[in-house]
Design a protein around this ligand. Structure first.
Ligand code: SF4
Length: 353
């Protein structure tokens, strides 16, 4: 049987587990330091941890449950890692370079059931949720790669925007956030973390009440129900009348601006009337609208990329209406950059489990 990843334990869970197994609670700090500060890849390397404890850890947990399957590096420094889970499933993790630091985009599920019509990942139905350890380990894999390169670089930002709907794997995703934020470990500030959801309203309320202080991004992609349901079938169950109050609740509870993601699809949602309707919908909410030029994928030939002029006109219309907005800078355009593209390509090729 595969052992669970040690990275799945929050500091409190590790402390409690050690106590339960006859070890002093304080030993958790030592183990934690070896994991996240010294970043060892096997328990035996924790040289000053007593032998009994090492045996106990080895018997119950694993440090490395993911293996690197493929790595694609772009000219702009973006690296896409295709990682193999212990059950043979493949997931994607992406490292992006920004002026403000290094950001990693993590996957939360194997496949996704939300089925957004523009998304390569949505074609591969959800197989299972990732454990919190498997999500944390994606960050560790990237950090270990940076350690190996040896320039002293550190993952400073996280976006939970890879394959999967994070709020459909809520508990593991929240544990993941606790672990990466922990000041004794990776210490990634909550304001440097963004969680993106397709709009599961009930979970947005629950998340707001936790006051984790992370950024929330909503995949909106349309300014009205009719169009949104065409693009994202989740809108049938959770229409804008349910989603918008949940967004307002998050803004109020977190006292933070929310990000609205809007993928521009040629002649579908990129016309002036859509921009005007979007501005109306946003009103004076504390929101930042992130316009994302669509990255065509073979699997969705019904969608094309908007003309550059159309993208700029859309942006101008929003600006004139007083909406805070920007156009997303693309990363890794010379590799399989769209979410899920590398994985879905790999799934069509013979697997070597
Ligand atoms: S965009 Fe996100 S939520 Fe929608 S199908 Fe793709 S992975 Fe799932």
């Amino acid at each position: 049987m595969n052992k669970e990843s040690i990275y799945g334990l929050t500091f409190e869970q590790l402390s409690a587990w050690l106590l339960e197994h006859g070890h002093k609670k304080g030993r958790a700090s030592k183990v934690w330091e070896w994991l996240y500060r010294k970043r060892v890849t096997s328990f035996v390397d924790m040289v000053d941890v007593n032998k009994d404890l090492l045996t106990l850890l080895e018997k119950n947990y694993s440090i490395q449950t993911l293996t690197e399957h493929t790595k694609q590096e772009s000219a702009d420094g973006t690296i896409k890692f295709l990682l193999k889970l212990s059950d043979g499933n493949l997931i994607e993790t992406v490292l992006m370079r920004h002026k403000y630091g290094l950001s990693v985009c993590v996957t939360t599920q194997v496949g996704c059931n939300i089925g957004c019509s523009f998304c390569a990942s949505g074609l591969l139905k959800k197989d299972r949720d990732l454990s919190s350890g498997e999500i944390v380990e994606q960050i560790m894999k990237v950090q270990l790669h940076l350690d190996q390169v040896g320039k002293g670089e550190r993952v400073s930002h996280i976006v939970v925007m890879g394959i999967g709907e994070p709020f459909d794997n809520f508990e593991n995703m929240v544990d993941f956030l606790e672990i990466v934020k922990d000041q004794k470990g990776l210490e990634i500030g909550p304001r440097h973390i963004t969680v993106s959801t397709s709009g599961l309203a009930d979970k947005i309320y629950e998340f707001a009440d936790m006051k984790l202080q992370v950024n929330l991004a909503i995949s909106l992609h349309a300014p009205n129900n009719e169009l949104r349901t065409r693009i994202m079938k989740i809108n049938r169950a959770i229409p804008l009348e349910k989603l918008m109050p949940a967004i307002d609740y998050y803004i109020e509870k977190s006292n933070r601006r929310i990000t609205i993601e809007y993928i521009l699809l040629k002649d579908v949602n990129d016309q002036k009337e859509h921009a005007l309707e979007l501005a109306e919908l946003m009103g004076d909410r504390r929101a930042y609208v992130n316009l994302i030029p669509y990255n065509p994928v073979d699997e969705h030939s019904q969608y094309q990329r908007s003309e550059e002029r159309t993208v700029l006109d859309f942006y101008d219309t929003l600006k004139k209406k007083g909406i805070t907005c920007g156009i997303r800078i693309e990363h890794g355009t010379d590799i399989d950059a769209a979410c899920g593209q590398l994985r879905s390509k790999q799934m069509k090729e013979p697997q070597t489990k």
